[in-house]
Design a protein around this ligand. Structure first.
Ligand SMILES: *Cc1c(COP(=O)(O)O)cnc(C)c1O
Length: 445
């Protein structure tokens, strides 16, 4: 049934047909609704995001002790929002991009502890689980400072529990590093696309790494089965986790303050465009969900995926979500953007984003390296290839006729566009070792 559906759509849907032969595509979501409508029917809401934010605040004293690198920000894990005018000019000159207004970089690439966007969702879920265990175990009395959880008594307590996760690399890094530091036994199930240095770093930090020759979905499946067999093991389920999703969504509340502090307005006269690299969907979905809650119709969220692994695009265009894979489309699923090397999207995220996502772009691997070179040369900022996909949004959006038509349909007049802000959400890079950075830069030449 699904296969027939897909074959029919390949003939009738020009975007899908183009994606199926590995070409770059630009897709506007025909199911986009007003923010009010799109948010009304959701199982999660603003109160859930506020609850997540409050939990992170409770853990701040603990994080400062456990991870001294978070002390300057008082246990808050947050990244800079940086104007990148030289990169903006470079994109306009080299790629004939049309970027009215201001281009900014959200540097989740430089988040503490994990050096990627996974420091939001991954760490949040480990903390939520930790809070639950600590309360049940009588380690935490109501009102007590969470600093206590960094002490030897707590470490001994957490040692009896295991945390497991399936990952293409960065989620494993975030959960592995955090869990090991808290005292858990932690097992990371890594897919074939995971980079060697990420596995090495995890082992160095005290995590166990299981390697699979199969893709991400298989690593998740194996991890889930192994965890389910152990009553003291907790599995972090990237494909379905509400907790991860809410951890990512908190970013929107923080971004609101950052924009205000930089005197950047977001309102009807000042639209905000955000492009976020997408793997299984949790990170870009959670962040975008938060952004729609905070900025409503004034924020326009786009996802970007590699041309060989556009799983969310495939799920969204067909409406089949996790019932379809990029392999069904005839694509390999392989990409240098290891964080985005996912063949089957999260059905949970796809359904949440269906009425909220403005659209999607895809990007060829060689262009990731061009952007990597560009951001290094123009701004002196290093990003990993997956994160560089974020520039494809601003590069293509208003160059493409479909993007121009979208802007017109949204009432985004030239004056409003001139007042716009564009955020490329840089999702990873700070932990990449120097020798690998040099390899990437060589590859870009
Ligand atoms: C994980 C990851 C993403 C995408 O997040 P998903 O939740 O898998 O969609 C993007 N960029 C980088 C660098 C990542 O590690």
């Amino acid at each position: 049934m699904c296969a027939t559906n897909l074959k029919e759509q390949l003939h009738t849907d020009p975007v899908l047909a183009k994606a199926a032969v590995g070409e770059e595509v630009f897709w506007i979501n025909p199911k986009l609704q007003s923010a009010a409508q799109g948010l009304a029917s959701q199982e999660l809401g603003m109160e859930d995001i506020l609850d997540a934010q409050a939990r992170l605040d409770r853990f701040a004293p603990f994080l400062q002790l456990c991870f001294p690198e978070t002390a300057p920000q008082k246990g808050l894990i947050e990244s800079p929002l940086t104007p990148i005018p030289a990169m903006q000019k470079w994109l306009e000159e080299r790629f004939e991009a049309t970027i009215p207004g201001q281009l900014l970089l959200k540097q989740d690439s430089h988040l503490a502890i994990a050096g990627s966007v996974k420091a939001r969702g991954g760490i949040y879920e480990v903390l939520q689980h930790t809070e639950e265990l600590a309360r049940k175990g009588g380690l935490l009395q109501p009102g007590e400072s969470y600093a206590k959880l960094a002490g030897p008594e707590a470490r001994n307590f957490f040692r009896q529990y295991t945390i497991q996760v399936g990952s293409t690399g960065n989620l494993g890094l975030s959960i592995g590093i955090t869990s090991a530091a808290i005292g858990y036994r932690v097992i990371v199930h890594m897919s074939a696309d995971a980079k060697q240095w990420k596995k090495d770093l995890l082992r160095e930090k005290g995590a166990e790494v299981m390697e699979y020759s199969a893709d991400y979905s298989e690593a998740v499946k194996q991890g889930r089965a192994k965890s389910d067999a152990n009553p003291k093991s907790y599995f972090i389920d990237d494909e379905n986790s509400r907790s991860l999703f809410l951890g990512y969504a908190v970013a929107a509340l923080r971004l609101k303050d950052q924009l205000a502090n930089q005197n950047i307005s977001v309102d009807e006269e000042h639209p905000l465009f955000v492009t976020i690299p997408c793997g299984v969907g949790g990170a870009p979905g959670g962040v975008s969900f938060g952004l729609k809650q905070v900025f409503g119709d004034n924020v326009h969220c786009f996802f970007v995926e590699p041309t060989q692994a556009p799983c969310m695009l495939t799920g969204m265009v067909t409406g089949l979500h996790n019932q379809v894979s990029v392999q069904d489309l005839g694509l390999s699923g392989h990409t240098e953007a290891d964080g985005l090397a996912v063949g089957r999207p999260s059905g949970f995220v796809g359904r949440v984003m269906e009425p909220l996502l403005s659209g999607e772009v895809t990007i060829k691997d060689e262009k990731l390296y061009a952007f990597l070179q560009g951001i290094t040369d123009t701004e002196g900022i290093f990003l990993e290839p997956s994160a560089c996909a974020a520039f494809q949004g601003p590069a293509e959006l208003l160059k493409q006729p479909a993007g121009q038509a979208y802007a017109a349909a949204q009432g985004l007049t030239p004056v409003r566009l001139a007042n716009s802000a564009h955020i490329a959400w840089a999702t990873g890079g700070a932990l990449v070792p120097q020798n690998i950075r040099e390899q990437y830069l060589l590859q870009a030449r």
